[in-house]
Design a protein around this ligand. Sequence first.
Ligand code: KG4
Ligand code: ZN
Length: 400
Amino acid sequence: MKLLAIETSCDETAIAIIEAQKVNSKTKFKILGNDISSQIALHTQYGGVFPMMAKREHGKNILSVLENVLKKAKIHKINKNPKIDKKLDEKINILLSRENELNELWPTIMPFIVKPKIDAIAVTTGPGLEPALWVGISFAKALSTYWNIPIVEVNHMEGHIFSIFPKKNKTFIIDSDKKIFPMLSLLVSGGHTELILVKDWMKYKKIGQTRDDAAGEAFDKVARMLGLPYPGGPEISKLAAIGRSNKNSKNPIILPRPMIYSKDYDFSFSGLKTAVLYLIRDLTEKNPNVLDNIKIKQEIAKEFENAVVETLTYKTIKAIKQYKIKTLIVGGGVSANKYLQEVMTNDVKKNKLRTKIYFPSKNLTGDNALMIAIVGYFQYKNRKIVKNIKSIKAKGNLSL
Ligand code: KG4
Ligand code: ZN
């Protein structure tokens, strides 16, 4: 079967088309097309993502992303003389009534595309920024109505768990045997920091989460304090790596590791962020130009990254031991962090644990539609097709 997936939960407009075939316990996936239009350059100018701006950009770009993906999948055929169906056009107009940009572009593009052979549409319905999610949802509803294709809903966080499967090849296999359970997933992104116990395929239990800021959010906020552009994670990480290679200073900067020894699996990064704020304030009082000194910035970045990574790793290892975890999956934007990957891998070894660790390939750490397509396929197989598309709503705080 072929499935088209749509992801617009934050600042990436993404669509993917996959083909999936189940043989015994194995499902073979083929990536037919996968495209992302990133809004990062725009949001960098404003220092962060504004939901209404993200929504507008999704609306402007989603049709060209669709065309690109259809072309990549070699199922883009042009209809030179489309028939006019006023009733259908009216339905689409109603479905897209809240999406001005998309509603305007639709009649200039969609009638000229021949309906492709696709069996299902998957769409991210949460968690995320609701105005942004709505663009993908309205678009999925319109496509479903226009082409008469069923819809399945996908949880964005579940997508991040499945993002570790595709590697460099166009094909990959997911084996639904049970040898890999119990599995643990550390999901770390701009909006989430969670430890999820996966007892079996599609069976989740959240055992810990952040009580305030997400890890990625803390990276972004500290980066801003240091005068670094959005998104802050990669910027801090670069400085921190140089900081680690610098000679140790006589007065090292020390930041707290909030909640590291708490009995639960929860996290807290807001106190750490405030500690950096006070540190910079104190340093600036002594020397107003202190942040012109790149070495100080590298030192702060290093200690901040150490604090985040140590906390994430400590709690993850503790959970691996308690739940006798066989497989660890780290996903979400922050899973791109090289230092996190290194420390996590080393600590699993140091603790003599036989847990297998998986990180997504570099292009799949952030938001993408391929991961949504994989979950969408399993939803489809589990007969989770939406009966009435009117019921589909954006769920900003959807949980696993
Ligand atoms: O999953 P994602 O792309 O979007 C959300 O769903 O939030 O995650 C984005 C977050 C941002 O906060 C960004 O700063 C962070 O991931 N990030 C990183 C790195 N690359 C991206 N954080 C730390 N180190 C990185 N290398
Ligand atoms: Zn995400």
